[in-house]
Write a protein that binds this ligand. Sequence first.
Ligand SMILES: Cc1cc2nc3c(=O)[nH]c(=O)nc-3n(C[C@H](O)[C@H](O)[C@H](O)COP(=O)(O)O)c2cc1C
Length: 304
Amino acid sequence: MIPDLSVEIGSLKLKNPVMLASGTVGYGNEISEFMDLSKIGAIVTKSVSLKPRKGNPPQRIVETPAGMLNAIGLANVGLEEFIKTKIPFLKEVNSTLICNIAAGSIEEYVECTRILDKEEIIKAFEINVSCPNVKEGGLIFGNDVKAVGRITELVRGVTNKTIIIKLSPNVANIADFAEAARKEGADAVSAINTLVGTSFDIYTRKPKIKNITGGLSGPAIKPVALAKVLEISRRVDIPIIGIGGIMNWKDAIEFMICGASAFQLGTVNFVNPAAGVEIIEGLINYCNKMSITNITDLIATYKI
Ligand SMILES: Cc1cc2nc3c(=O)[nH]c(=O)nc-3n(C[C@H](O)[C@H](O)[C@H](O)COP(=O)(O)O)c2cc1C
């Protein structure tokens, strides 16, 4: 028997809960030769901003025990180029498209959303208020619960599409941020973005990353991410998209039990670009073994 893997997030209907996380698959084209993207629930594109951004100078990536640090600094082609050269490829892929937006001001978030709202192929927006690697925007907003509420409210004003607010783990009470997003009209939150970290070369005594700090991702952050998802799930009635260190189907199931309606794969795409499709197989086998006919029956079924 094939279990029903479909999930709903706001008005967004996904064939399964597997999404590819922003910044780890470019605009879909970078991973398309390794997997059949039409099998995936949704693709989240690399953060796009109004104008192109070069990002931070190299070294921008370093491997760490059970994870990696990145300080890309939101390098991206900018809105105009995104619409002109990236959207055409994404139109060919039979997968739900979620566009991730980053900005240096509240007005820029609103302007980007307003312009992209016209693109029919984009079914939802993920608003990145949580990048740890840029001076303006990013964590300045992500650490300020009022700013997160205000961004949500204003973005809600310019689109009827599904809005997902991507939350930072670098805060004391993540549920406060989820609540602010819910109150101002977000359909869902995604959690988590990367954790601030660093790494030094013991011989040169210099940071391995030019930006000094970077965002930690990969298996090392999974327990933190799970705790954040659980915290939101226990306090706020809003769909959660779990992110952080998912390497296989077991990790994904754990996120759903802790409250996630869907989940995103990030760092694993660099290790095993076919992971998304393999995880779908794993979900089917698990559901069959556990006599689960609908994967939504798993969501927030923790026993505490
Ligand atoms: C190289 C790299 C680039 C990333 N770029 C973005 C980005 O542009 N926008 C964003 O919202 N998140 C970005 N992220 C964060 C991921 O989407 C994800 O939240 C994070 O890596 C945690 O998931 P993981 O442990 O599965 O990688 C990036 C992560 C990595 C590793």
